[in-house]
Design a protein around this ligand. Structure first.
Ligand SMILES: [Cu+2]
Length: 128
């Protein structure tokens, strides 16, 4: 017969907590997703507030159509001073307390990550 120790229970509890956290994290990320507004030109527009992270951090767009992102940086913390879109070869400086426009077109459906220059803050464009 299997002998279950307190340590075993702690390992199991930690595993369950980790799974719950991952589920919550992705659920929360989906909940905070926004769908880009589409103007008459067909261009998709979103404002992203940069303050200790990206808000919203998940942006849903249509693939194959231009996206205009306005990064509104409301802090001076050096962490967020650069924005990087590796899939688009974009690396741009975001001046504090200003809006910086980045335009790109997701070529096909998929998830395109973006981050700060040190890869500490994360967001994503989800194109479908
Ligand atoms: Cu950073």
């Amino acid at each position: 017969m299997m002998h279950v120790t307190v340590v075993d229970w702690l390992v199991i509890a930690a595993g369950v907590a980790a799974i719950a956290w991952v589920n919550w994290y992705f659920f929360f990320a989906e909940r905070t997703a926004v769908i880009a507004n589409t103007g008459a030109s067909g261009r998709q527009e979103v404002t992203v507030v940069v303050r200790g992270g990206y808000e919203p951090s998940t942006i849903r767009v249509k693939a194959g159509r231009p996206v205009r992102l306005a990064f509104d940086r409301q802090e001076t913390s050096s962490c967020s001073e650069e924005i990087v879109f590796p899939d688009f070869n974009v690396r741009k400086f975001l001046p504090a307390h200003q809006r910086t426009i980045i335009e790109l077109t997701p070529p096909k459906a998929g998830t395109y990550e973006f981050s700060c220059g040190m890869s500490m803050l994360h967001g994503r464009l989800v194109a479908d």
